[in-house]
Every structure is written in structure tokens, then in C-alpha cells.
Design a protein around this ligand. Structure first.
Ligand SMILES: *Cc1c(COP(=O)(O)O)cnc(C)c1O
Length: 392
């Protein structure tokens, strides 16, 4: 059987070897401490689950979502949420599009905006979907290295002029997965100027908008002057409201881009279950204590982790946002793959080698604080004990 070239051209799935070793460890009865996947281990708040149950009992939610962009209630709730929490206004009629999780929109955006052989600017390390989406339409990804000495922000001035002229889309993601880095207004202002100069569309992935600590509030790209002329922003309910399995998110911003993405999606899917949109309205407009609770839980885990590792001699920066810890590899190892393999084999600890997010992650491993299987705090303490005796 012949498989399409665009699939054959995708790099081998970077998590395959780790998944294999994980299954093997579990089969051997290893008491696994799972810091692998970034998927909230706490359940969705009950008032959101209740809203879904009630909506699912209403037969008018059982049919196709024929709105094309989301129910009026959903888009109203999103517009209010964006102005209340992020300080920018958007028109619910033309500037919002519901998504089957933000990954849906991220993967499909290139279909709307990019032609074969165009350039798409993608961060490295970064979330793989930006690059995959570009590759699927025959575009050429151009890597923007993100390095610690620049606070993991791309150096826009280092992009060759000919490359910038051929580029259609610039992908950004702050707070960042896997780097846990953040961006400020000044950076986004530079991005707006750069995008205007070269006629590049900015796509900002804001999945970790609400996952931040010590009172820090992540900045929306759209809150910066001129941003809506050049871009859109992807929001997700997955991390903010612990709704990863529900598949609901949205794109917001420039109406031409929103219309183009909506056109692609109207040709490939039939929208989001109307009951899930009602539950999303309950999340966005209901009590927000669940967000403060979530932040407190991850902040405590972050401190246990970073302080615990520092005590045993592994110095790791303390993230201001996201539930990831981006750890430089300890002395005595060549790369993150080696560290991840040793942690699994010697300590029964699962993490992700940084190279899974691109070349630039080679000297790092990523730990997710969404520790799977319960007892997260005890598992973090146990991880420090195991690493002290077996690795450091
Ligand atoms: C989790 C995550 C998303 C959100 O995906 P959904 O499809 O909304 O669940 C998007 N971008 C990044 C970088 C993520 O880590």
C-alpha cells in the first residue's frame, strides 16, 4: 500500500521510543512516576460537568452546529471573557470562531493562509503542530531558535530579509510549552511592527493564558495596539478549565483570517457539539474560583519540584507560568534523550526529552507537573529521593 508523501515526510514520532519504554516499565511492575504528558490530572470543575449534563438532556443540542462559527451565546461569552480578562474588544459576529480544541485551528490555519513553497516561521523548541500544519500544505517551515539568553524569545532581526519576504505566518506561544517562558507587551509590539513591515500574519497560541503563578498575568497578543490588524490568537479551555478531553477552544482576532479559517473548517468538520458549547459558556461565565485553585495546586507542585531538585543539587529555573519544568540536563550526560532514558530505567521516572520539541531542546528534559495517577506531591518528593540516589 502506498501512503502519501506528505505523511512519509513527517519526522518519526518523537515520543514513540519513550512510549515503548513506558509500556515496558509498567509491564515489569515498575512503580512509575509519570511526569510525561501535559494533561491536567484534576477533574473538570463540577459546575461545568453539570452544565454539560443538563445540555445533553435537551434534544435541541443533538443536531449539527449549523452556525459555522459557534452559537451566539458561545461567541458572546468569549467576547466578554476577552474584554474582562485580557483587555481587548472583539466583534462576536466576525472575530470569533469556535474550534474542536485549539489544536484543530492550529493545524488547519496553514490551509487557510499558506500556499506550497511559502515560508512559515516556527519556533524551536516548540509545539509540533505549527510545523506539521505547514508541512501538510507543502510550505517550508523556517526555524526560529529560542534560547535561554534571549528569554526564549525569537530574534526577529536575525531572520534574513528574503526569508521574511517569503514568510506568510509567524507562530508564537507564550506562556510556552515546553519552555515555560513568557512574553511581555514590548516583545509583542516588536512583533506587530515586524509583521506589518513584511506582511506576515501572526498566530499566537495562548493555551496557557490562565496557568501562571505568584500573581503573574500572561499578556494577550491582541491586547497590544495594532495586533488585530496582523493576527489572531488561539485560546483553549483545555488547560484553563481542565477540559482537555472535551475538545473546545476558539480563535479570535482579525476578521479576514477568522473567515478564512472558518471556510476551511466548514469544509472539513461539522463544528462542536452544541452541549459542549453550552458547557463552555458555563466555564467562561460561571464562577472562576477553579482557576485560582488550579494555579495554587500547580504552584505548590512547582515549588516542591524546583526546591526539591535544588536541594539534591539539580538547579532548574522556577517557571512563572505553565505546568512544565524545563530542566537543563545534569552533568555527566550528553543529551536529554540520555537523561530521559536513565530516569526511566534507573528511577522509574517518566519525562520527555527536550529534543522531542526540536533540535534546540537537545540539552533539556521536560517534566509536566500534571502528575498522572494521583498523589502528585508525594510523587514529586519520591522523584527527588530516587534521583538523588541513582542519578546525581
Ligand atoms: C495543550 C496545548 C494546546 C491546547 O490544545 P487543545 O487542542 O485546545 O486541547 C495548544 N497549544 C499548546 C502549546 C499546548 O500545549
Amino acid at each position: 500500500m502506498r501512503i502519501a508523501r506528505r505523511l512519509q515526510e513527517l519526522p518519526p514520532y518523537p515520543f514513540a521510543e519513550i512510549s515503548r519504554l513506558k509500556s515496558k516499565a509498567i509491564a515489569e511492575g515498575v512503580d512509575l512516576l509519570d511526569f510525561g504528558i501535559g494533561d491536567p490530572d484534576l477533574p473538570t470543575p463540577p459546575h461545568i460537568v453539570d452544565a454539560l449534563c443538563a445540555a445533553a438532556h435537551d434534544p435541541t443540542t443533538h443536531q449539527y452546529d449549523e452556525t459555522g462559527t459557534g452559537t451566539p451565546e458561545f461567541r458572546r461569552a468569549v467576547a466578554d471573557y476577552c474584554s474582562d480578562r485580557y483587555g481587548f474588544d472583539c466583534d462576536p459576529k466576525s472575530e470569533i470562531l469556535r474550534l474542536i480544541g485549539s489544536k484543530d485551528g492550529i493545524a488547519h490555519l496553514s490551509w487557510a493562509l499558506v500556499d506550497p513553497r511559502d515560508i512559515v516561521l516556527v519556533p524551536d523548541p516548540g509545539y509540533a503542530v505549527y510545523k506539521t500544519g505547514a508541512t501538510f500544505v507543502g510550505a517550508t517551515p523556517y526555524t526560529l531558535p529560542l534560547a535561554p539568553d534571549r528569554g526564549y524569545l525569537p530574534d526577529l532581526d536575525a531572520i534574513p530579509v528574503e526569508t521574511a519576504q517569503r514568510a506568510r505566518v509567524l507562530w508564537l506561544n507564550y506562556p510556552n510549552n515546553p519552555l515555560a517562558a513568557t512574553a511581555n507587551e514590548a516583545f509583542f509590539e516588536r512583533v506587530v511592527a515586524f509583521a506589518g513591515k513584511y506582511d506576515i500574519i501572526v498566530a499566537h497560541d495562548f493555551a496557557y493564558a490562565e496557568v501562571a503563578f505568584d500573581g503573574y498575568r500572561p499578556v494577550s497578543f491582541l491586547s497590544v495596539s495594532g495586533a488585530k490588524e496582523v493576527g489572531i490568537e488561539f485560546h483553549s479551555l483545555s488547560k484553563s478549565y481542565r477540559m482537555t478531553g472535551w475538545r473546545v477552544g476558539f480563535a479570535v482576532g482579525n476578521p479576514e483570517i477568522i473567515a478564512a479559517l472558518a471556510k476551511v473548517k466548514s469544509n472539513v468538520d461539522s463544528g462542536v457539539f452544541l452541549a459542549v458549547q453550552r458547557a463552555a459558556v458555563a466555564a467562561l461565565t460561571g464562577p472562576q474560583e477553579c482557576i485560582a485553585e488550579m494555579r495554587a495546586v500547580y504552584q505548590k507542585r512547582r515549588d516542591l519540584f524546583v526546591d526539591g531538585m535544588a536541594e539534591i543539587g539539580w538547579k532548574i529555573p522556577r517557571p512563572a507560568a505553565t505546568f512544565y519544568v524545563w530542566a537543563p540536563i545534569p552533568p555527566g550526560f550528553d543529551n536529554g534523550q540520555e537523561v530521559a532514558t536513565a530516569l526511566l530505567k534507573e528511577c522509574g521516572i517518566l519525562c520527555t526529552p527536550g529534543s522531542a520539541y526540536g533540535q534546540g531542546g537537545d540539552q533539556f528534559v521536560r517534566f509536566s507537573l500534571t502528575v498522572q495517577g494521583g498523589q502528585a506531591e508525594e510523587k514529586i518528593r519520591e522523584a527527588c529521593r530516587r534521583i538523588r540516589t541513582k542519578i546525581l
